[in-house]
Design a protein around this ligand. Sequence first.
Ligand code: SAH
Length: 226
Amino acid sequence: MTVREEFDAWAADGRDRGMEERHWHTARPILARMPVEAGETVLDLGSGSGYAARALRGTADAGRAYGLDGSAEMVRNARSYTDDPRVGFLQGDFGHLPFADDSVDHCFSMEAFYYSADPHRTLEEVSRVLRPGGTFFCAVNYYEENVHSHGWQANIDAEMTRWSRGEYRDAFRAAGLHVAEQDNVPDRETEIPPASEFPTDSWATREAMVERYRNYGTLLTVGVVP
Ligand code: SAH
């Protein structure tokens, strides 16, 4: 199954909303950190249900908020959740962003970047479409230091890129982005049951679950175009 087919099936099942609910715990504080000014254009890569574009319009007063997703079904769902004429969803691929050079002010991506067939090329594309001083807030839960994420590849047919913190920084720099910051954003909202309830279906120990959500959380790498 291709990434597109996989996520078409997820969207048809309504799993876009489930991802939104889970990812929102760390996406919200990350979106709140983006230096978006009123009237600016923002782009969400791998937009799923489209919550990031809706949030950046609603809270940061972005002038235009676009979500790009490879899955036609995801795009269809995202469109159905808003009637804001300044929010738009496009079907496309991370390898060829359908935007002119320097036309986007800020870019966001949550739990999507590592599905790119060529992540280095994707960073070059992000760097191309962002204007000087524009930022890329790239958030992932699947990365090398998060040992609890390593098993995820087994559930997905498409090949996923599992970079370390250092590999993210190196790749950003190779694509011409300065690395402004890198941070582990904790998920404080996922409920962790008391020790007596472990093992659970998903977790052998409470310590492992605490480490996954409260310590590793989401890896955020912020790139800035010179
Ligand atoms: N950001 C959303 C969705 C994450 S799921 C959230 O936080 O819930 C990852 C999304 O990225 C899926 O909707 C998938 O279709 C999209 N995606 C994966 N690889 C892609 C690619 N190469 N080009 C465009 N979209 C892609």
